[in-house]
Ligand binder design. Structure first.
Ligand SMILES: [Zn+2]
Length: 102
């Protein structure tokens, strides 16, 4: 596994754990249903994207070098949401069964 992939998986695990904790606490405290809380979490990501992108455009231009490309970036984020949310396809399950019995 590459250093990048290792760091990406670490970030994914950390964010999932923290967001699950926060969203569970919110649902318990507010009584809001899961879909309302999940929609707000997705909206929060959108707002964070907008603020982060603003900090990377002229004249602010963060020194990290990232330059937002809104259409591509939002497509990329939307795809990530769909990929992570969908049930695994039969094709993928077939692969998992092979791995499970090996
Ligand atoms: Zn930056």
């Amino acid at each position: 596994m590459s250093g990048f992939e290792h760091r990406r998986q670490e970030a994914e695990a950390h964010l999932k754990m923290q967001m699950m904790k926060e969203m569970s606490e919110l649902m318990r405290r507010t009584g809001l249903p899961p879909m309302v809380v999940m929609r707000e979490a997705v909206r929060a990501i959108g707002l964070i994207y907008r603020e982060t992108a603003a900090a990377h455009r002229e004249p602010a231009c963060c020194p990290c070098g990232w330059r937002p490309q809104e259409a591509c970036d939002l497509e990329y984020l939307g795809q990530a949401l769909l990929e992570a949310s969908r049930r695994p396809r039969a094709r993928d399950l077939g692969g998992m069964q092979v791995l499970g019995t090996a």
